[in-house]
Design a protein around this ligand. Sequence first.
Ligand SMILES: Nc1nc2c(ncn2[C@@H]2O[C@H](COP(=O)(O)OP(=O)(O)OP(=O)(O)O)[C@@H](O)[C@H]2O)c(=O)[nH]1
Ligand SMILES: [Mg+2]
Length: 292
Amino acid sequence: MKDLLEKMKNGDIKSLAKLISYLENNPEDRFVDELPSKGAKVIGFTGSPGAGKSSLVNAVISELRKEGFKVGVIAIDPTSPFTGGAFLGDRIRMKSHFLDDSVFIRSMGSGSSLGGLNESIFDVIKLMDAFGFDYILIETVGAGQSEVDIVYVSDIVVLVLSPGTGDEIQFLKSGIMEIGDIYVINKSDLEGADYYKSRLESILSLSDIRKPIIKTVATTGKGVKELVFEIKQLLDKFQKNGEIKKRLERRIKKHAESILVRKIQKSMEEINETENLSKLINMVIDNICKNK
Ligand SMILES: Nc1nc2c(ncn2[C@@H]2O[C@H](COP(=O)(O)OP(=O)(O)OP(=O)(O)O)[C@@H](O)[C@H]2O)c(=O)[nH]1
Ligand SMILES: [Mg+2]
């Protein structure tokens, strides 16, 4: 383990991959907590299935690479039968970066305890940060709870929309609109993109939401430079006004919560007390303290 860590710190990407696998199987081992942060920026990409998240992440990687940044990518790999094909699609859309040593793409299963995200995502982010990636891009599944939970792991959330889908109404109802810090209207080469943008603006003004809206064509890279610029501007603003720190604290709390929930669930399975509520609670607490 020490060996792997040393190698990883020296930029060995295979050791990073091995450590991630180890962590996924041994969440109790907290060695990552000792690793110092190198200040990687975590950007979440969320939105409807097929909106173009993978294509956009791919284009953002290209833009960041042009500027010499190292980029780590986490693609949440859906285990649901409805979206089972998406993972392969994600990898195919990002394949132009497979031979680039400064880009590392990792898939992760979607979780059960923490909504749509796997608990180990927190540690994978820490490892990627310690490895020295400047940016860590996370793509969510595009359906369900992972959309909402992305907010707990990201410094900034990019919400990817596409014209003609009507999903903005759905997002508004489910609170997803609020978690987006930047809205992207992708597929803006399609007919109706301008109409979609003005409709979006009027819906947002009714809800008093004021966020940057950027039009992109992920497949050609159009608008992506502007998006990256906007991301950097916002990161800078959030750094100065304390928002990044607040979000990091929220991330740590959520991580602690997910570890505790898992411990509680495990204890519950081990204890056969069902008659007395207080006794059960005390036994679970004792058990957790004992197995700390
Ligand atoms: N015309 C057009 N097509 C696009 C654009 N961006 C992506 N697409 C296409 O839209 C389809 C879905 O793109 P993906 O990038 O896989 O979308 P996604 O949101 O990652 O999809 P899931 O991961 O399956 O939810 C693909 O056929 C892309 O080529 C765009 O800007 N314009
Ligand atoms: Mg995708």
